[in-house]
Design a protein around this ligand. Structure first.
Ligand SMILES: C[S@@+](CC[C@H](N)C(=O)[O-])C[C@H]1O[C@@H](n2cnc3c(N)ncnc32)[C@H](O)[C@@H]1O
Length: 288
């Protein structure tokens, strides 16, 4: 952001000279500058100045190229089995400079752009199936909550994480990269499952699998940890929780929830929460 009273051209001079912005770990600062360029674009284009728009274009292209190369290098690192350390190192590097953000906020931030660039998940031009009553439309878990959940869950090689309503698969994919657990996404929308499977195969993530189906009917027998970013509500949520209680009678399980379903899950007598039940951040529950 230009400092108080700093002319836009002066801010641009300063940013263009800032060599740190092209250091790979500075993805958060790059995202901030790209946002600022975007915000100023209309003013600059309307200003009549001939050089400023060109300088905006050059700077934007330079920063995007750094990010593009970083995302590609990270994908290579994941393919060769070193993705865990590289990805978590970069996430932590960005987290330091982003300190002070409200952890409970639901909004997306630079970490989502960064993870989005690495996973590059998009369904093809396929029609989505209509959702039934009580089925919740796709909205990905903000990336910082995924890392928070993984920190809390400390998944090990004996764990099988099941994301119930996995969408495009961010949670199982990141969990397969960052932990030693097996990860399964169950998702109603076939187009999302196709995209998630393609990315898992591309990245060589043999511990990530995706099943197309209704989470109210799917086989939950392998799961030790179930992730729910409120995929369903009302009677469907009731049905899923009853099924999970049935699983818990056979083995200890954990649930990790985010969003409005947390309040419903918190009322289940067969579960106890590890910490305070706040719908705005992941909460881990254990079967009693
Ligand atoms: C809020 S999104 C969560 C996506 C993902 N878990 C994440 O956190 O990034 C809910 C997802 O659940 C899926 N869904 C809703 N009802 C479902 C059902 N009965 N069976 C399987 N998936 C369902 C939706 O298609 C959507 O992708």
């Amino acid at each position: 952001m230009p400092r108080d009273d700093e002319p836009l051209a002066g801010w641009l001079d300063r940013i263009e000279r800032d060599a740190r912005l092209t250091e790979p770990a500075r993805w958060r600062e790059r995202d901030e500058v790209l946002d600022q360029l975007d915000g100023w674009r209309t003013v600059v284009d309307a200003s009549g100045d001939r050089t400023l728009p060109q300088r905006f274009d050059v700077l934007e292209a330079r920063l995007q190229a750094v990010d593009h190369a970083l995302h590609g290098a990270l994908r290579e690192s994941i393919r060769s089995g070193g993705g865990h350390d590289t990805l978590l190192g970069l996430v932590r590097a960005g987290a330091v400079s982003g300190a002070g953000q409200a952890p409970s906020s639901d909004r997306y931030d630079a970490l989502d752009a960064f993870i989005g660039g690495v996973l590059d998940l998009a369904p093809g031009e396929t029609d989505l199936q209509p959702l039934g009553t009580d089925m919740v439309f796709y909205q990905p878990t903000p990336a910082r909550h995924i890392f928070d959940a993984l920190d809390q869950l400390r998944l090990g090689p004996g764990d099988v994480l099941m994301d119930l309503g996995a969408g495009l698969g961010h949670v199982p994919l990141l969990a397969a990269i960052c932990t030693s657990a097996r990860c399964i996404g169950i998702e109603w929308q076939a187009a999302y499952v196709v995209a998630a499977r393609a990315r898992a195969a591309d990245l060589g993530l043999v511990r990530a699998a995706f099943v197309q189906g209704d989470l109210c009917e799917a086989d939950l027998g392998e799961g030790t940890v179930f992730y729910l970013y409120t995929p369903v509500s009302g009677t469907l949520l009731r049905r899923v929780l009853d099924r999970l209680r049935g699983e818990a009678e056979r083995r200890p399980i954990r649930l990790c929830t985010l969003g409005p379903c947390t309040e419903v899950v918190a009322g289940e007598a067969w579960l106890r929460a590890d910490g305070p039940c706040d719908r705005h951040r992941p909460v881990v529950f254990r079967s009693r």
